[in-house]
Design a protein around this ligand. Sequence first.
Ligand SMILES: NC(=O)c1ccc[n+]([C@@H]2O[C@H](COP(=O)([O-])OP(=O)(O)OC[C@H]3O[C@@H](n4cnc5c(N)ncnc54)[C@H](O)[C@@H]3O)[C@@H](O)[C@H]2O)c1
Length: 333
Amino acid sequence: MNILLTGGLGFIGSHTAAVLAGEGHEVVIIDNLCNSQRQTLGSLEMIAGKKFPFYEGDVRDLTLVKSILQDHQIECVIHFAGLKSVAESGVDPLKYFDNNVGGSITLMEAMQAANVKKLIFSSSATVYGIPQYLPYDEEHPLSPMNVYGRTKLQVEEILQDLSRSDPDWSIVCLRYFNPIGAHESGLIGELPQGIPNNLMPYICQVVSGKLPHLNVFGDDYDTKDGTGERDYIHVMDLAEGHAAALAFTRDHKGWEAINLGTGIPYSVYDLINAFEKSAKQAIPKMVKERRSGDLPIYFAKVEKAKNLLNWEAKRDLQLMCDSSWKYQQGAKR
Ligand SMILES: NC(=O)c1ccc[n+]([C@@H]2O[C@H](COP(=O)([O-])OP(=O)(O)OC[C@H]3O[C@@H](n4cnc5c(N)ncnc54)[C@H](O)[C@@H]3O)[C@@H](O)[C@H]2O)c1
């Protein structure tokens, strides 16, 4: 299929591009490089052994997006382009609504005009909010606790309305849990700008000597070892989940929301221990106060993805850490 990846040079988009190209799809990428680097394109092309048509541009540029859809006879769009910092979204909500919601609406308009009606959207487990029960299934009430999560929920709702208005649409909202890890080649991975917000890139920078120690925010939660537990998923498993969703859109119409996780909660200490094995060194750490807004534990119910997409995560925590460390050792930033 001819597929457009918005935000395709970012962390999840680049791994998905590698998987889809490996399956023989024609992948076109648009990215404004606000949180990625052009060099990733070269790395991707080394992995795939072929060139990818690339547009440095913004999904809010209706004319550009329409012409890409038409010129490349795009059949499906995978929409990764978005801003993802929970903290920044609280400080600058308009930037987040403009980019994440506004950008998605412009993309939908362009798709409608070009008669492209298959869309896979990068949603997030943050749409669920405080767990009423665990694991979160897709029927769990939706009540995001921050602006970032609200941008994701709003786009999901707009997409649902769009599919109700026109039954030709096939829309899959993939609710990601916590992607970490890197491509097995070590050529692409997560390249955060500045000081990382997330645990894995932070650990990588501590181990490589760029940051002095890791802060563990709270070790007195009601969890197995007192630290927060999350459903970490290998980014290559996540990328393969997109390939499965793409296959699903061939034969199904309507709107679906589907969790992509492993269904297994790992604690901060589990992750640190596994990473220490990968890097063969101890990670200096300091326990700090809990951060407001952090949940003690959450993880996915994964049956819907198994049933509808015939997909499940295969890679374990050690592989997630090994691949992150391999990538970090070669990373330029
Ligand atoms: N990484 C996670 O933990 C996680 C979890 C749940 C959901 N998501 C969502 O998945 C998507 C991809 O996440 P990621 O981790 O790969 O993030 P990322 O920042 O690495 O990738 C996003 C890419 O989109 C580009 N971009 C952003 N706004 C754009 C715009 N207006 N026009 C064109 N390009 C634009 C960025 O330059 C970047 O390359 C995002 O929508 C994110 O919100 C991520």
